[in-house]
Ligand binder design. Structure first.
Ligand code: NAP
Length: 496
């Protein structure tokens, strides 16, 4: 059990200036305390940012292939520790083991992919309009990257942000969610083992409202990279705007699956189950809306409810369990209040709708997989990101209706359509307003070699992963070199 008020700063575990701690508990059994961690403050942030700033010149000067090699080594360390890290994650945030292994695997894949970027082009050359002038543009690192990450992907998301930032030559101050400090400590220990030099990655634990907020204000931070809720992201963007600070925000979602009347219903039901109840509905890509054509609504609903009745809810460390706990009691109450208000506003409870209190759920934060029917798009339950094992069924008349409802929220992360028609599939790709569009696939299932992120209130235009993963933490520098031996001045745009 981790037990101490320490942060990882300049390559050492330093006692926090506040000398205060907070606890991390197991959401499947909240009586189980997993560790004590530093409840850091602004003075700790200042130390971490100073360390990252001091380490920047040498790290930026390190050849990119050498930086990439360290990330590749991190991938090997993750492979060697995959099972232990997955089990620790499962205990700390409640993800079932098979998914926790997948979370670590995503970081392994990211390390293998991004590590090679150290040897890939970091820019391009073009011809000049002036004679004997060479032109090229290359990416350069911005400096210190402040990272604020959520608890639901406590290994994958730090990896998405950190590996590209490091290979591009930036240094990092990492503030993980207060729900998953233990996994963050383990991740940073592995980075040190991989050979990340002192000061290049610094970890400060604590509460978002305290230490996270101080990181957003820290003067030497060049860019804030945030993943979390739209409410928190909006506040962070406002504060970054007043400081003219770059900020990259990946935020909430209200994702949907459209099931058209020509869909393979068995496939659609499987996709809906995984999208709605995978990670207990606590994925940014979770489908909390099922938009179903009226010709197949009844059949789809019956098959869906039959499958849900077989889901096992329980301790995530038990391999036979399908759905683990939600993250904490506050979230459990919030999910339940959304469901109650949904029913009050006219929705029909088709299954679930209860906090599970008897054994084996008595000590944990368990909610029954829930489906509400007779929902229309104006209801709160169809608009708010619930972030729990709850989904709604909305009946639609035709394709146009489906697209209108799917696009009819503030969010634009992940939308999916089930159809056997190529024409409808491609039209959906054109018309659905989201960063991720799937055909005959669940709303969750992004691969790291494509960009990840959302439109509208889900994101502010940046993407993580994919070929441009370092966009958010690099600047373009355009360079012009006159290699002529002539003393004539040749001006651009004027002398040609
Ligand atoms: P959150 O409450 O917004 O927190 C995200 C991070 O910000 C945490 O590290 C949090 O620290 C910190 N934070 C909170 N208040 C802050 C403040 N005032 N200043 C600076 N930092 C602050 O989100 P969450 O509950 O952890 O995660 C769930 C949300 O993340 C959902 O909305 C989900 O959709 C979204 N998400 C989006 C993506 C995506 O790629 N679009 C991926 C995963 C999750 P504390 O935990 O200590 O409060």
């Amino acid at each position: 059990m981790h037990n101490g008020a320490t942060n990882y700063i300049a390559g050492k575990w330093l006692q926090s200036v506040t000398n205060e701690t907070f606890t991390s508990v197991n959401p499947a059994d909240t009586s189980q305390v997993l560790g004590l961690f530093a409840r850091s403050g602004a003075a700790d942030v200042a130390l971490a940012v100073d360390a990252a700033n001091a380490a920047f010149p040498a790290w930026r000067a390190t050849p990119p292939p050498a930086r990439g090699k360290i990330i590749n080594r991190m991938g090997e360390i993750l492979v060697a520790n995959k099972e232990d890290l997955a089990r620790q994650m499962s205990r700390e945030m409640g993800k079932v083991l098979v998914e926790a292994r997948g979370d670590v695997q995503e970081a392994i894949d990211m390390a293998a992919y991004i590590g090679t970027f150290g040897r890939l082009p970091d820019g391009y050359t073009v011809g000049s309009e002036r004679p004997e002038v060479a032109c090229f543009a290359r990416r350069v690192p911005v400096g210190v990257v402040g990272m604020l990450t959520p608890w639901n992907f406590p290994v994958a998301i730090p990896a998405w942000k950190m590996f590209p930032a490091l290979v591009a030559g930036n240094t990092v101050v990492f503030k993980p969610s207060e729900e998953t400090p233990g996994v963050a400590v383990a991740f940073v220990q592995m980075l040190a083992q991989a050979g990340v030099p002192e000061g290049v990655v610094n970890l400060i634990t604590g509460l978002g409202s305290e230490v996270g907020s101080a990181l957003v204000e820290a003067p030497q931070v060049a860019v804030i990279s945030f993943t979390g809720s739209t409410n928190t992201g909006r506040k962070i963007m406002e504060r970054c705007a007043t400081q003219l600070r770059r900020v990259s925000c990946e935020m909430g979602g209200k994702n949907a699956i459209i099931v058209l009347d020509d869909a393979d219903l068995d496939l659609a039901v499987k996709g809906a189950i995984w999208s709605a109840f995978g990670t207990t509905g606590q994925r940014c890509t979770a489908a909390s809306r099922l938009i179903v054509h009226r010709n197949v609504r009844q059949e789809f609903e019956q098959r869906l409810l039959r499958e849900i009745s077989e889901l096992v809810v329980g301790s995530p460390s038990d391999e036979s369990v399908d759905v683990g706990p939600v993250i904490n009691r506050r979230q459990l109450e919030q999910i339940h209040s959304y469901v109650k208000r949904g029913i009050e506003s006219g929705a029909t409870l088709l299954c679930g709708g209860t906090i599970l209190t008897g054994l084996p759920h008595a000590n944990g934060c368990f909610y029954a997989p829930t489906v509400l029917g007779s929902v229309d798009n104006e209801m709160e339950i169809a608009q708010a990101e619930i972030f729990g094992p709850v989904t709604v069924i909305m009946e639609i008349e035709d394709f146009d209706d489906a697209v209108r409802i799917a696009n009819g929220t503030q969010y634009g992360l992940s939308l999916s359509v089930y159809t056997r028609s190529n024409s409808r599939a491609f039209k959906a790709i054109d018309l659905l307003d989201a960063g991720l569009v799937y055909v005959n696939l669940p709303t969750s299932g992004a691969e790291i070699q494509l960009p990840f992120g959302g439109t509208r209130n889900t994101g502010n235009g940046h993407r993580e992963a994919g070929f441009d993963a370092a966009d958010y933490c690099t600047e373009w520098k355009s360079c012009y070199i006159n290699y002529s031996e002539s003393s004539d001045l040749v001006r651009a745009q004027i002398d040609v």
